[in-house]
Design a binder for this molecule. Structure first.
Ligand code: FES
Length: 144
């Protein structure tokens, strides 16, 4: 299980966190995901999650985008949080009302100074629902 202490913060000190950094964060929601019933009906649960996330981000300087599939269909409602120069996170097992939690995760990413979304303070669904985190390419460029 992911823990902050398990992963050295190799990007420590290279980022400046803060409210302005919210503009660097993008939340991507899969609008095609079905709910637990697997229904093909519209609006899809993923569309509802995208709407809920936009509502939760209203008035915030944060980008919300939707895509047709994040390749995480088996984990149902899915979303990702990306920030330039930081680790990218993919989440699953979300609900149509997880928008506020995604925005909270985006804010944690924006205030991070080591490129990681901190475990402490992270909404539960972004702990349990973690699928993968992907390092920024810059972190790997010195590896052979
Ligand atoms: S349909 Fe949502 S991840 Fe594939």
């Amino acid at each position: 299980m992911e823990r902050d202490s398990s992963f050295p913060a190799e990007t420590a000190g290279v980022l400046s966190g803060g409210d302005d950094a919210l503009a660097d964060v993008t939340v991507i929601v899969c609008a095609s995901c079905r709910d637990e019933t697997g229904s093909d009906g519209h609006p899809r649960a993923g569309e509802l999650l995208a709407e809920d996330t936009r509502r939760a981000a209203s008035g915030e300087n944060i980008r919300i985008r939707s895509v047709e599939c994040l390749g995480n269909c088996k984990r149902r409602l899915s979303a990702a949080i990306l920030r330039d120069g930081c680790w990218s996170y993919v989440f699953g097992d979300l609900t149509a009302t997880s928008g506020a939690d995604l925005v909270a995760g985006a804010k944690l990413s924006a205030t991070s100074t080591d490129g990681l979304i901190p475990w402490r303070g992270r909404p539960d669904c972004l702990k349990r629902g973690l699928v993968a985190r992907i390092p920024p390419l810059d972190l790997l460029k010195d590896q052979i």
